[in-house]
Design a protein around this ligand. Structure first.
Ligand code: AMP
Length: 487
């Protein structure tokens, strides 16, 4: 059954669908409110073009997502953690007729419905939306923007059909099949990992616990939230569970109902998996792999003690049904029924990365990989894309934006690795402005940079150097720079 059809079967359910600190919505409310808002959008908007939904972990964001697709509009989620400039970039690329802002603030220069308008329309405009307006199988369900090497983000288009294929598969990994289910939502809705928990939960009439950003860095609040919401299915980046594992109290006494861990988005280390198996002996731990361009994830494997002992690094598993992974010159190519149609309004990049293989859509991932014992292993990148705390970042994206800072005439950004994972970023730059205090200059650069890129992309260390080493091709010699250290 397709997602919207399934949700309709819960339309009288009083079960909680979504819950954050100060707000919760039942399935009945979610269905009704999204119908009402969809009806309003159908009546008041001229075109069936994408709409931006702006906000952070508010259940009404999901009302907006559903209202968009019920009224035939693709939605594009944007989290508030993004820089003002990047918000502008995205909104100016999408050019939505209206921005649905789930905070009490308009988006400058655009027609905006703010949270108060949204709540009012959702509750008072009691009228169902005409089902003929619902999004169709081949239509784009959502667009998620991700870091682009040119310095501006690119929008990945995912169709309703791809999303349904993904949900069907990911549901098979969920251990608890009956009874009340509680799911963890860690990732912001602008990051495609959230698609895993959001639609897995909604499809299975689960209760999704939205954990706000400020709570994620505060153990006492975070663990209190866990105590009052006994999660069954955990969906997060490995980096987030590592933060939790740093506390002794993170174990099956805190979360006795936890039976499934689903990880995606970056390397799951053997150390993390081993600690989880010890602290949660009854739970299953899954490593899944995939890019936004192929609807969250396309491979999976249950990580057991046996697997940990057998391999040097953990495998990412076997491709799901409907997906094939080819290896071309070490690079993984994903072929199958969840591959995106391409990048929004970007035919050049779409042609570069996407193609048709055996009558199916195919995506060149830029990830290196190999098969061993029928299992896929991820072995790094062919380019300068990295993952930092689960966030996907093109190093050139930071470099291009740093060049906009007054005084920066050349720059190279390098990741610092610890145990195969990026710990932080260092920017080596030639700075031509006169400096009275190095610390002050660095603080100023970081501050200015925050206007252009999200704060998670701002390098932790900035090192001033006189010359950036280049290789024979005139390209930055990253190896040589790495050898310089960053102290
Ligand atoms: P994103 O589009 O943000 O989900 O990032 C996709 C990229 O994250 C992939 O192309 C990989 O480079 C990396 N990635 C995703 N899952 C894994 C995994 N299980 N292990 C290692 N890297 C991963």
């Amino acid at each position: 059954m397709k997602l919207l059809e399934k949700l309709e079967t819960y339309k009288t359910s009083e079960k909680i669908a979504l819950k954050c600190e100060n707000e919760k919505l039942s399935y009945k409310e979610l269905w009704e409110y999204s119908e009402n808002l969809a009806n309003y959008l159908s009546k008041n908007l001229k075109k069936n073009e994408p709409l931006v939904v702006y906000g952070h972990k508010n259940p009404y964001m999901i009302v907006c997502f559903l209202a968009c697709v019920k009224s035939g509009h693709t939605y594009c989620p944007v989290d508030t953690s993004i820089s003002p400039e990047r918000l502008n970039d995205i909104v100016n690329t999408v050019k939505p007729e209206i921005v649905l802002s789930c905070i009490d603030k308009e988006v400058d220069g655009f027609n905006t419905l703010t949270i108060n308008d949204i709540m009012k329309i959702s509750k008072e405009n009691k009228k169902d939306c005409d089902k003929n307006n619902y999004i169709k199988e081949q239509d784009i369900f959502y667009i998620i923007f991700t870091s682009g090497s040119t310095g501006t983000p690119k929008g990945v288009e995912i169709s309703y059909e791809s999303l349904n294929n993904f949900i069907k598969w990911i549901s098979t990994l969920d251990a608890k099949k009956n009874g009340q289910k509680i799911y963890l939502n860690q990732a912001p809705f602008s990051f495609d990992l959230s698609v895993m928990d959001l639609y897995l939960s909604l499809y299975n009439e689960g209760e999704l616990i939205l954990i706000e950003k400020d709570i994620q860095s505060d153990y006492s609040k975070l663990f209190d939230r866990f105590k009052s919401n006994l999660i069954n299915t955990w969906v997060s980046t490995p980096s987030f569970v590592d933060i939790c594992l740093a506390s002794e109290d993170f174990n099956d006494k805190l979360l006795p109902e936890l039976d499934t861990f689903l990880f995606c988005g970056e390397i799951l280390t053997k150390k993390t998996a081993e600690m989880l198996l010890k602290k949660f002996p009854k739970a299953k731990v899954y490593n899944t792999y995939g890019p936004t361009e192929s609807t969250v994830a396309v491979t999976s494997i249950e990580i057991t003690q046996e697997i940990i002992e057998k391999y040097d690094a953990l495998p990412v598993g076997k491709p799901k049904e409907g997906t094939e992974i080819l290896i071309d010159n070490e690079e993984m190519i994903i072929v199958g029924d969840t591959v995106s149609n391409g990048y929004f309004k970007n035919p050049v990049l779409t042609n570069e990365k996407f193609s048709i293989i055996n009558s199916q859509r195919a995506y060149r991932t830029g990830d290196k990989g190999f098969f061993l014992d029928d299992l896929l292993f991820y072995s790094g990148r062919i380019d300068n894309q990295i993952k930092l705390n689960g966030y996907r970042i093109e190093l050139e994206d930071i470099e291009n934006n740093m060049m906009r800072v007054d005084g920066v005439s050349k720059v190279a950004v390098l990741p610092k690795y610890e145990e195969d994972k990026v710990k932080y970023l260092t920017a080596y730059c030639i700075y031509t402005k006169e400096i009275s205090s190095k610390l002050k200059a660095i603080a100023e650069i970081k501050e200015e940079l925050k206007n252009y890129i999200p704060s998670y992309m701002v390098p932790k260390k900035i090192v001033f150097i006189e010359k950036i080493p280049t290789n024979n091709n005139g390209k930055i010699d990253r190896k040589k720079l790495m050898e310089l250290g960053d102290n």
